[in-house]
Design a binder for this molecule. Structure first.
Ligand SMILES: Cc1ncc(COP(=O)(O)O)c(CN[C@@H](CN)CCC(=O)O)c1O
Length: 425
């Protein structure tokens, strides 16, 4: 079965002349060339060759209400008539900030920015400014956006395309970034003991969504909370993926562990650019203009993203969380059953609406093990699904997501496609 992709191929040839790799974000690039999207609605993407795909990528996470959500469109259309950027504060920023504070356990105050990258970059600066310490701990394979502090042993596209350590970052910067394996308590203790009183923060994805889907071991997040408190280290939960996805209050609510600072993005913008840093008042008030730690942005809190965010959060009700978790579990269980039925070594992980399969016979508890997965077999799985109208992110080191629009009929179609693919894996 071969997909008709002639127009995408033409566009790709044209795109490559002006856009590096024909794309504006490396994760969107896959060989021989990506499909180009014409439009999207609910759980579907429609490409320029007339192909329709059930979408489990959801633009790498934001589109949990489905594409072109009517209430978001209506709210944003109304706002567009009132203007799109004022350079002045608005009431809507208060409204959304209050909604975030209501949901996110560690949030007493909010600073809106325009991407997860800006959020984690500013959160790390905040931690360093507040503690007066230079060093940070991040975990092998974690991806916290594309900035200098964290592009070391990074996941997501950095790992997919073979450059987890990006060139162009001075050693003077990265020497302050301590790398350790996820889910390894001794490694944390050792790093802290070897860098006594020098570590400003530990930044962690509570569930690692950028090397596939790696869950924290029981008690691991609680352990991080305790050991950071004991050592005057600020704990940052990077909830750009897990925020508002695992629960209304994200991973903090789901696991019952409250960090000092959290970073948010993706879902919060309802399909428009957004990021946020949240935390306790005495920490957040050290940001400019009250404090000296500078953080700023032309489009910070812009009326369009804020409007979309308000319209999004109000739709994330109990049914949303129950349904998206149910469908993700059905698909994860299906993948487990198919791997057994066709005798293919695989491990499948799911939590709330997140799931991913690793073609690996070991339990995937960290980056090193994830990297041993059979990525060639994964891409065969990817193409097999795509040819059957199902789009998962084109990398073993990304995560799949369900939306509220992935109903039982869509799930059944997906299961049929998965069954067909496993026959020839
Ligand atoms: C946990 C986490 N933290 C920060 C970021 C950076 O957010 P953005 O700058 O892409 O909005 C991300 C971004 N995720 C990737 C995909 N896994 C974004 C996709 C892309 O780079 O195009 C993230 O997952």
């Amino acid at each position: 079965m071969v997909l008709k992709m002639d127009r995408s191929n033409e566009l790709f040839e044209e795109a490559k002349k002006y856009l590096v790799g024909g794309v504006n974000s490396p994760v969107r690039y896959f060989k021989p060339y990506p499909f180009f999207v014409e439009k999207a609605k609910d759980c579907y993407l429609f490409d320029v060759d007339g192909n329709c795909y059930i979408d489990y990528c959801l633009a790498y996470g934001p589109m949990v209400l489905g594409h072109a959500n009517e209430k978001i469109i209506e709210a944003v259309k109304e706002q567009l008539e009132l203007g799109s950027a004022y350079g002045c504060p608005t009431e809507k920023e208060i409204i959304l900030a209050k909604e975030v504070v209501k949901r996110v356990p560690c949030a007493e105050m909010v600073r809106f920015v325009n991407s997860g990258t800006e959020a984690t970059m500013s959160a790390i600066r905040l931690a360093r400014g507040v503690t007066g310490r230079k060093k940070i701990i991040k975990f092998d394979g974690a991806y916290h956006g594309a900035h200098d502090y964290v592009l070391v042993k990074s996941g997501s596209g950095a790992l997919t395309h073979g450059h987890p350590n990006s060139p162009g970052i001075p050693e003077e910067t990265t020497k302050n970034t301590i790398l350790i394996p996820f889910n390894d308590e001794d490694a944390v203790k050792k790093a802290i003991n070897e860098n006594k009183d020098e570590i400003a923060c530990i930044i962690v994805e509570p569930v690692m969504g950028n090397v596939g889907c790696i869950l924290p071991k029981d008690g691991y997040l609680e352990f991080l909370r305790e050991i950071t408190e004991e050592n005057g280290i600020l704990l940052i939960f990077d909830e750009v993926i897990t925020g508002f996805r695992l629960a209304k209050g994200g991973a903090q609510e789901y696991f019952g562990v409250v960090p000092d600072i959290a970073t948010l993005g993706k879902i919060l913008g309802g399909g428009f650019p957004i990021g946020a840093i949240v935390g306790r008042r005495e920490i957040m008030e050290q940001f400019s203009p009250l404090g000296a730690i500078y953080q700023a942005g032309t489009f910070n809190g812009n009326p369009i993203s804020i409007t979309a965010g308000i319209a999004t959060l109000e739709q994330l009700d109990d049914r949303f969380y129950k349904e998206t978790a149910r469908t993700a579990k059905i698909l994860a269980d299906t993948l487990r059953e198919l791997a057994d039925k066709y005798n293919i070594p695989a491990k499948v992980y799911n939590i709330a609406s997140m799931f991913q399969i690793y073609f690996n016979d070991k339990e995937v508890v960290n980056y090193e093990i994830a990297k041993q997965s059979d990525v060639e077999r994964f891409m065969k799985y990817f193409w097999g699904l795509l040819e059957r109208g199902v789009f998962v992110p084109p990398s073993q080191f990304e995560c799949c997501f369900t939306s509220i629009k992935h109903d039982d009929e869509v799930i059944d179609k997906t299961i049929n496609a998965m069954e067909e693919v496993f026959k020839s894996l």
